[in-house]
Design a protein around this ligand. Structure first.
Ligand SMILES: Cc1ncc(C[n+]2csc(CCOP(=O)(O)OP(=O)(O)O)c2C)c(N)n1
Length: 595
């Protein structure tokens, strides 16, 4: 093995390769590299220039999962990576195969997902000649990858592949693309052992500056209204345990972003909810009124901050992030710490403990009052799911998934209203259970991501919660699910509309519904039957719980379409351009902001 991993599966060091040198084709060499990186499964779709690779795969033990669209190869690899913390691998042929990967690459870039994308390229001699299925994959992927390569010689192949894995997995994780011309796959060469990686321009700072860490601990003790804003960086760095210890020691109210859900168990007493556009009243009021915002592995995304100038306006900010480019990008922190969240949090707790005897009593009373205020906000406007006896409310559907999951199932989602309700009402006791397209917000993510997650975690119950819009973007993957025998429970929240867009048209465009009605939706019983997957439609509230139980009892995949109230809106909602404290709590009046 080349990489050593910590207990969360994150790569920590790069180890010496087992020396080996024998003659083989580029295609076989690539597979050798993948095996040595610990890859057990790749998601792909073949084509002309990758024929040598697929020939090498023919009698190779590495599992290749044939998806039905290259975008879904990337999404499935991302689902695999998100569920495990390991690098996901996808592959595609040149031209349309590689251009179909682009959405997946951007998604991985936005959500910091470790991904290695392997693409075939036309013969080196033909590059630049507008050859059949030639696309400038290197140029196209430049802006949507952490790094990318065009392999020019078989001699460079092993070094590049091992570098690609190293870059994808270390620091802030992300996608790395390796474009391999057909002649490189076909060439014969000696596998040169790679004993170390030297990338002079690539530095990863994990430890955090000792002085800054000391200063952070001081600021934390000085705060009267501390508030923790934790994100996907906690999950990437495997810092959940350190976050729990930190939050308990400081006794700070804590929100987890969409990317960070599960970083702190949802049932933890300090966990408030997700913040931001569809966050809870207490989460957004807490962010708005704290005097110290401790931002951990987050990027001050506009969906969280609302109007930036009004965000946490009275707070000092400590920002911990492994990516120096995130520091001050949106909000200039009072104290930046560049480092790995796990390492930095562990160190901050140690300094806090040392200072505790002298510092802890100082703000004990205001901190109690702060908690009283947080609890009052929670009681004033709790997040409560709507339920009706005449129709299935979408919130009712997600709470039923929550009941079955009980904090332990993997839930993937698409993008839209169902995604936001899932964030509000489905609890996650651990990291890596909630897998959703955050930064890019890409519909069509949920189903292929579930493919990757279920392959990575065969022990887990996996729900793919999708909208009726997003589902129709990923229907081809039913074939992958059926052929791989993956027991994914596909739950379609069927409201007959592109719900989230319809909600915005209702609220901000005078209810002039334009291009959002999904007039035609397939009969899922027949659709499922066409793939050999049991399918059912339900629409009465009393059917919901038994139907979900039956889906889970089914040993294989299940397709359940749940007809929900079509005109339900997601609240609270921070209108675009508003401050997060200016939430609309529900039909129809805005809420006065307490001083
Ligand atoms: C690929 C892509 N195209 C368009 C959008 C814009 N968009 C965001 S939410 C949404 C509606 C999604 O509808 P549906 O899948 O039915 O989910 P719902 O909102 O009803 O839960 C759309 C079109 C998107 N996020 N992704």
């Amino acid at each position: 093995m080349y990489l050593s991993r910590d207990r969360q599966g994150a790569v920590t060091t790069y180890e010496r390769a087992v020396p080996m040198s024998n003659l083989m084709s580029g295609a076989k060499m690539l597979l050798e590299c993948l095996v040595r990186e610990g890859v057990d499964c790749i998601f792909g779709y073949p084509g002309g220039v990758t024929l040598p690779l697929y020939d090498a795969l023919y009698d190779h033990p590495l599992r290749h999962v044939l998806v039905r669209h290259e975008q879904n190869a990337a999404f499935a690899a991302e689902g695999y990576a998100r569920a495990t913390g390991r690098v996901g691998v996808c592959c595609a042929t040149s031209g349309p195969g590689s251009t179909n990967l682009v959405t997946g690459l951007v998604n991985a870039m936005m959500d910091s997902i470790p991904l290695v994308a392997l693409t075939g390229q036309v013969h080196s001699k033909l590059i630049g000649s507008d050859a059949f299925q030639e696309a400038d994959t290197f140029g196209i992927s430049r802006s949507c990858t952490k790094h990318n390569y065009l392999v020019k010689s078989i001699n460079d192949l092993p070094g590049i592949i091992h570098e690609a894995f190293y870059i994808a997995a270390t620091g802030r994780p992300g996608p790395v693309l390796v474009d391999i011309p057909k002649d490189v796959f076909q060439a014969q060469g000696h596998y040169a052992p790679v004993s170390s990686i030297h990338l002079p321009g690539y530095k990863v700072y994990t430890e955090g500056h000792t002085g800054q860490i000391r200063r952070a601990a001081q600021m934390i003790w000085e705060a009267q209204r501390p508030f923790v804003y934790a994100g996907g960086g906690i999950i990437s760095s495997g810092a959940s345990e350190e976050l729990r210890q930190f939050v308990e020691f400081v006794d700070a109210p804590t929100v987890c972003t969409l990317m960070g859900l599960g970083a702190l168990p949802s049932r933890h007493p300090n966990f408030i909810s997700m913040p931001g556009m569809h966050g809870s009243y207490a989460a957004n009021m807490g962010m708005s009124h704290c005097d110290l915002l401790i931002a951990l592995g987050v990027r001050f995304d506009d969906r969280v901050t609302g109007r930036l100038s009004a965000f946490a306006a009275h707070a000092k900010v400590i920002h911990v992030d492994i990516d120096p480019a995130e520091i001050g990008k949106n909000r200039v922190p009072d104290l930046p710490i560049v480092g790995d969240a796990r390492r930095v949090l562990g160190k901050i707790v140690k300094v806090l403990q040392k200072l505790a005897p002298a510092e802890a009593p100082r703000n004990a009373a205001p901190r109690k009052a702060w908690w009283r205020q947080i609890r009052a906000w929670q009681q004033e406007h709790p997040l409560l799911p709507a339920v009706s006896s005449s129709e299935i409310k979408p919130q009712h559907l997600v709470t039923e998934i929550d009941r079955i999951s009980n904090g332990r199932a993997v839930v993937t989602s698409d993008v839209g209203q169902h995604q936001m309700w899932a964030c509000q009402f489905i609890r996650f006791d651990e990291p890596r259970l909630w897998i959703s397209s955050g930064g890019l917000g890409s519909m069509g993510f949920g189903l292929p991501a579930a493919v990757g997650a279920q392959l990575a975690r065969p022990d887990k119950l996996v729900f793919a919660l999708v909208g009726d819009g997003g589902f129709q973007m990923s229907i081809p993957e039913l074939a992958t699910i059926a052929s791989q025998g993956l027991p994914i429970k596909i739950v379609i929240m069927n409201n007959g509309y592109l719900g989230m867009v319809r909600q915005w048209q209702e609220l901000f465009y005078n209810n002039r519904l334009s291009g959002v009605e999904l007039e035609c939706f397939p009969d899922v019983e027949k659709l499922g039957a066409a793939y050999g997957i049991p399918g059912r439609v339900i629409q009465r509230p009393e059917e919901l719980s038994p139907a979900l139980n039956a889906a889970v009892r089914e040993p294989g995949p299940y397709l359940l379409s749940v007809k929900v109230s079509p005109f339900e809106n997601v609240y609270p909602m921070v209108p675009s351009g508003a401050a997060v404290s200016e939430m609309v709590l529900g039909p129809p009046q805005p809420v006065a902001v307490p001083k």
